[in-house]
Design a protein around this ligand. Structure first.
Ligand SMILES: Cc1cc2nc3c(=O)[nH]c(=O)nc-3n(C[C@H](O)[C@H](O)[C@H](O)COP(=O)(O)O)c2cc1C
Length: 282
């Protein structure tokens, strides 16, 4: 599958085949893609714990939440869950990463001079700026780039995934032995899709002209219809949801997989439990 088609096909897939295991090599390919993604200062703070339902200890299975923020029956269906987390301690050794970049010829023309300049100027600057960098969101954003690359590989490999926020994470953190100074960003459910590959069609997006601008926010970036047509031919832009038979498919899936027909209904009963865990002290 071409990259453009993988982008077009990447739709959150909530309905997975619970009985069909995912080959480890496919999960490895996702992790390899995340590892290669770009990161400010080459910090590489995105890490992950893969929970394989077939091999995980019972304690870990028991700690998988019964739902997420608004939906989340997928937690119960997915043969694999990738717990993507941010390791803040990687920011403490950012200077080492900058020296590596210099050695790799990715920063600075004069190698020896650049190493000296890093030690005398840039690394102290970054250290001083670290509290505001930590709060600024750029680190989380770069983690998102890695997760996005892994997601595209998953679709290329014929898998379906969905990202789910995890408001209550203390139990899971303890079960997977997550180090301190880390933050679970999102849990990605991974498996073979139970729904058709188009998953009902392209989900709604805000109009291009209202999101992208040229030179200032006063003028929309011109959207060339010929480019749009080319992207349709390349299958990056696909038919809008809902495809005519989508709601019949959903009804079929909900019966086959025992999913409640109201979106989010399954999380309602666990909200109290979730709130209690959120307010629990470490
Ligand atoms: C970072 C992130 C977190 C998400 N968290 C949740 C969640 O907690 N619960 C949920 O039901 N869907 C969650 N989603 C799924 C979105 O709601 C989903 O992207 C949306 O339904 C549109 O589907 P699409 O990805 O096919 O465009 C999350 C998506 C992202 C990217």
């Amino acid at each position: 599958m071409e990259l453009k088609e993988a982008i077009g096909n990447r739709r959150s897939m909530r309905f997975l085949l619970p009985h069909k295991p995912v080959e480890r090599e496919k999960i490895q390919k996702m992790l390899e893609a995340a590892r290669l993604s770009s990161f400010w200062g080459n910090v590489q703070a995105l890490k992950a714990v893969v929970v394989e339902r077939a091999t995980a200890p019972q304690e870990v299975i028991d700690a998988i939440p019964p739902g997420s923020a608004i939906g989340g029956f997928q937690f119960g269906l997915a043969p694999v869950l990738i717990i993507w987390y941010l390791d803040w301690s990687m920011l403490d050794v950012q200077g080492d990463r900058l020296h590596e970049l210099t050695d790799a010829g990715a920063a600075g023309v004069d190698k020896e001079g650049s190493h000296r300049y890093l030690d005398s100027n840039l690394i102290p600057f970054f250290k001083a700026a670290m509290p505001s960098i930590r709060e600024g969101g750029i680190t989380e954003m770069d983690c998102g780039q890695g997760i996005a690359q892994a997601t595209l590989v998953a679709y290329e490999e014929g898998l379906g995934t969905c990202l789910l926020g995890l408001p209550a994470q203390k139990k899971l953190r303890r079960a997977i032995n997550l180090p301190e100074d880390t933050k679970i960003l999102v849990v990605q459910t991974v498996g073979y899709p139970a729904e058709s590959p188009d998953a009902g069609g392209q989900r709604p997006r805000q109009p291009f002209e209202e999101k992208y601008f040229l030179n200032s926010c006063d003028e929309s970036f011109p959207r060339d219809p010929e480019v749009v047509e080319g992207l349709k031919r390349d299958k990056m832009i696909q038919a809008q949801a809902p495809l005519p038979w989508r709601f019949d498919e959903l009804e079929y899936l909900s019966k086959a997989l025992g999913i409640p027909p109201l979106f989010g209904e399954e999380t309602e009963s666990i909200t109290v439990e979730m709130m209690a865990e959120m307010s629990e002290s470490e």
